[in-house]
Design a protein around this ligand. Structure first.
Ligand SMILES: CC(=O)N[C@H]1[C@@H](OP(=O)(O)OP(=O)(O)OC[C@H]2O[C@@H](n3ccc(=O)[nH]c3=O)[C@H](O)[C@@H]2O)O[C@H](CO)[C@@H](O)[C@@H]1O
Length: 382
């Protein structure tokens, strides 16, 4: 009779920035012979991202984000209490050997239930300014993974580890002509990809629409991922200065991020930790426009390291009127694009998933502990 597989529970819903590393981790655990269940939210973006992974087990847990609006606060309290009861039952039933939370409101119930029931709990923070969920829940965690240069001051260093963001295994660079053809783009013409994180960014969508004709004039194609519910799929053709048709594509969601980052000469994007890790993995230069209302301005902190390491530049939301000029200057500067790509290749840390898996196995008592990775200097890669 075969032994049941040891199970890890991974709480990673609410945004693509939480779910994508959760999927990467789940696939890594399954490849090492464990079973993994992903706890996600009931938001549309979670369902859409999960669709592509029918071989993984997803559970939609009750929960909603914290809000100071009285009605939404009452909803938060009610759904979190419901979520906690659901998670306590789940832990008793599944008897996981470890629990990993990637932050956000879906982590709270399972992390608290797991720690009360004696399961080793780890938290992973993707951003260079740790979020509220990770700060609060770190009190009960046996391990907290933080990006290079980030610390939780009130915490023992024995609990904290420096860790990059695990990237889904299919996000890899592929040959550019094939990538462009897959996406319905002309393989011969340059491409700018416009990304707004998992929810899309209205100001970047408007910018792409307003500048599509001007980029077409100079032969540049634009591929804009608008975000679910923000607009429908649409392909527009505008003339180049030689009268040829040049494409601009708007798509609400992208299932082939590896192909898109391979197709693009330059990305114009928000500065979510997930997108930045994928830009580094595919060595695609970017102009980052940090979302100005992100908690504690963490997107600016994420973007600053990317810029300091030479992967691209930052343009502030208030300087959007300069964005087209900046993008125009970079897209035709082959020397600068090459330099950005070289810098990005130096940043790649392809093994952060393996380091994470090794440490989780040790934490769950499934292997001998290894020496902790030395905290990295401020300039370490994501
Ligand atoms: C507005 C906001 O606060 N966003 C936060 C959210 O990221 P948010 O989900 O907005 O964005 P990220 O860039 O971190 O991640 C997006 C993820 O979704 C995937 N994707 C996106 C669009 C699409 O069409 N297809 C697709 O697969 C991307 O490949 C990536 O893996 O959590 C991140 C991690 O804590 C934070 O750094 C971000 O600041």
């Amino acid at each position: 009779m075969s032994m049941p597989k040891k199970t890890f529970l991974i709480a990673c819903g609410g945004t693509g920035g939480h779910l994508s590393p959760g999927i990467a981790l789940a696939e890594g655990l399954v490849a090492r012979g464990y079973s993994a269940t992903l706890l996600i939210s009931r938001k549309k973006v979670d369902s859409r991202l999960a669709e592509k992974y029918p071989h993984l087990t997803f559970l939609r847990v009750p929960g909603s984000p914290l809000s100071l609006n009285p009605v939404r606060f009452a909803k938060f309290v009610f759904t979190q209490a419901h979520g906690f009861a659901y998670c306590a039952n789940l832990v008793r039933r599944e008897r996981p050997v470890g629990i990993v939370g990637f932050g956000g409101f879906t982590s709270a119930g399972i992390v608290l239930a797991g720690s009360l029931l004696g399961v080793p709990v780890a938290l992973h923070e993707a951003n260079r300014v740790p979020g509220r969920a990770v700060r609060v829940l770190s009190m009960v965690a046996r391990r907290v993974y933080l990006p290079p240069g980030a610390h939780l001051s009130r915490h023992s260093l024995a609990v904290q580890r420096t860790m990059g963001l695990p990237v889904r295994k299919e996000i890899v660079r592929i040959p550019v002509a094939g990538a462009r053809a897959q996406l319905g783009l002309d393989p011969q013409r340059p491409v700018i990809a416009v990304l707004g994180g998992s929810q899309g960014a209205s100001s970047l969508n408007t910018w792409a629409r307003d500048h599509a004709a001007a980029f077409a004039q100079v032969g540049v194609q634009v591929y804009c991922v608008t975000g679910l519910g923000k607009s429908g799929a649409e392909t527009i053709e505008n003339p180049s200065r030689h009268g040829e048709a040049v494409r601009t594509i708007f798509s609400p969601f992208c299932d082939r991020m590896g192909a898109l980052l391979s197709a693009a000469d330059l990305v114009v994007s928000r500065a979510g930790a997930g997108t930045i890790a994928e830009l580094i993995r595919c060595a695609t230069p970017a102009v980052l426009i940090p979302y100005p209302h992100a908690a504690d301005n963490h997107q600016l902190a994420n973007a600053r390291l990317f810029e300091q390491q030479g992967g691209g530049i930052i343009v502030g939301e208030t300087a959007m009127d300069t964005l087209a000029r900046e993008v125009g200057d970079i897209i035709f500067n082959d020397g600068l694009l090459r330099k950005f790509r070289e810098n990005l290749q130096r940043m790649d840390r392809a093994n952060s998933l393996d380091i994470l898996l090794d440490d989780l196995e040790a934490l769950a008592g499934l292997s001998e502990p290894k020496a902790p990775a030395q905290p990295q200097a401020e300039g370490g890669a994501a």
